[in-house]
Design a protein around this ligand. Structure first.
Ligand SMILES: Cc1cc2nc3c(=O)[nH]c(=O)nc-3n(C[C@H](O)[C@H](O)[C@H](O)COP(=O)(O)OP(=O)(O)OC[C@H]3O[C@@H](n4cnc5c(N)ncnc54)[C@H](O)[C@@H]3O)c2cc1C
Length: 437
């Protein structure tokens, strides 16, 4: 019979669900605390989601943005990792239900991140493509390359266009980065690999429901982003929502229709809390309500951090912190510190978010950044973006591989991974459903 086989201990057991930005930083911070740390994740790797879009547009290999969790913690003696899907919570017994059996905890931390939010539109959910996991990013790459290969077999431009119209929904950093990367595929790769396909048949759209791109950035930065995207041929439609999508035609709130077989959805994310968390503390966006210590409302030994947690006591962010890596990292460290302090019977400290700034890349030599009140754009912002992302990647090998890849691409205008890995590359929707369970 399968069981977790976690060594018994007299030390307090801290169970962390999720080896993403929050979970990993929390676990690392507990290295010298006299506790047993049990880290659970459905995958055996930490995923650097900010670079997923480069995997999906054939810029990077998937394993260069994922790092094995066992590798991260190989020297941390007080940590046990188990690859497991967490399915439920029985808080009255301090028991977590998982695919490998039940696990007892003294302290429990949910760091389970978020998933794509289709805002209840079932048709869009069934037919659009989300990008939250590594497998989805690889499938998008397969799918996109396949669209080009299949276009070569057609003669009627009206049949080719839906294959080469790529529509991104959501004008946040992910949508902007994806749109920029697709525009670069058209400019640099299409003429090399598919010289008989006229570039005019490929169109990249970016649809944003709000009045501007990068809503959390300044008006000036947003304008610069719009201009940069338009310069590389992206058709940006703001104040425009997506009403329907049936896998062939997207209908916009303006009444306009675009024929496309590829609608990439990055218009929102939501939390997916495990069964057993009281429904009254789960908000409509799936996030769990926590206090300033990241304690789940009503509990003193259960925490939630990062994307899954909604903390509303900071007047700068009355609707909760943005779902970004820095929030998860800082909350993970603070909770670890507080667990240590409470074990030492010392007063704990409320979370104090240090906003380190935001950035988005648009393409070659083009990015925008707002750091400590300083606005950067163009080449300098692009360099800063690259350095920050390289430094943030886990593992020397991954840093080196990504650096070499970028260096090579910069001088050759190449994208190295334009291969289709089958099986079932055509059925991206089915795959997404199986990945999301
Ligand atoms: C495409 C994309 C681009 C992004 N770009 C940026 C960016 O440029 N800058 C930025 O700051 N942020 C960016 N983000 C957001 C950032 O990645 C998240 O805010 C961050 O990952 C949140 O960290 P987390 O620890 O809360 O969750 P995650 O990092 O998502 O980790 C959650 C972990 O929990 C595991 N898990 C979930 N449920 C279960 C379960 N039931 N059982 C077991 N394991 C489970 C998952 O496998 C995962 O490893 C981006 C996100 C995406 C999707």
């Amino acid at each position: 019979m399968i069981q977790p086989n976690i060594p018994e201990t007299k030390q307090p057991r801290i169970v962390i669900v999720g080896g993403g930005f929050g979970g990993v930083n929390l676990a690392k911070q507990l290295k010298h605390v006299p506790v047993q740390v049990v880290l659970l994740d459905r995958n055996n790797y930490h995923l650097f989601q900010p670079l997923l879009y480069q995997v999906s547009t054939a810029g990077l290999e998937p394993d260069s943005i994922a790092f094995p969790l066992r590798g991260i913690f190989k020297k941390q003696k007080n940590l046990v990792f188990r690859m497991a899907e967490v399915t439920g919570l029985r808080s009255e017994e301090n028991i977590l239900e998982t695919g490998i059996g039940e696990i007892h905890y003294d302290y429990l931390v949910f760091a389970t991140g978020s998933n794509t939010n289709f805002f209840g539109n079932k048709n869009i959910e069934e037919n659009a493509i989300g990008m939250k996991s590594l497998i989805e990013a690889v499938q998008i790459r397969n799918y996109v390359v396949k669209q080009f290969e299949e276009s070569l077999l057609l003669q009627n431009p009206e049949e080719i266009k839906p294959k080469l119209n790529f529509v991104m929904v959501g004008g946040g950093p992910t949508g902007v980065e994806l749109a920029g990367a697709f525009a670069e595929l058209r400019k640099y790769i299409m003429p090399k690999d598919y010289p008989t396909l006229p570039q005019s048949l490929m169109n990249v759209y970016l649809i944003e429901a709000g009045p501007k791109l990068l809503a959390s950035f300044s008006e000036k930065t947003s304008q610069k982003t719009l201009q940069a995207l338009q310069d590389i041929g992206v058709r940006v439609l703001t104040n425009t929502g997506v009403k329907e999508y049936d896998g062939k035609t997207v209908t916009l709130s303006t009444g306009e229709q675009i024929q496309t077989q590829s609608l990439l959805w990055s218009a929102g994310v939501k939390g997916i809390p495990v069964t057993g968390i009281p429904a009254d503390i789960v908000l409509p966006n799936g996030r769990i309500l926590v206090n300033e210590l990241n304690e789940v409302k009503g509990f003193t030994n259960i925490y939630a951090i990062g994307d899954i947690a909604q903390m509303t006591n900071d007047p700068r962010f009355p609707k909760g912190y943005p779902m970004v890596a820095q929030v998860a990292i800082q909350q993970g460290k603070n909770v670890a510190n507080n667990i240590r302090l409470s074990l030492e019977h010392k007063p704990t400290k409320g979370f104090n978010y240090k906003d380190l700034g935001s950035m988005a890349t648009i393409g070659r030599n083009r990015a925008v950044a707002e750091i400590a009140g300083i606005r950067l754009s163009g080449y300098l912002a692009w360099m800063v973006w690259m350095v920050v992302h390289l430094m943030s990647l886990l593992g020397f090998r991954n840093k080196l591989v990504v650096f070499i890849n970028w260096f090579y691409r910069y001088f050759t205008y190449e994208r190295g991974t334009r291969i289709i890995i089958k099986r079932g590359a055509a059925n991206i929707v089915k795959l997404r459903q199986s990945v999301n369970g």
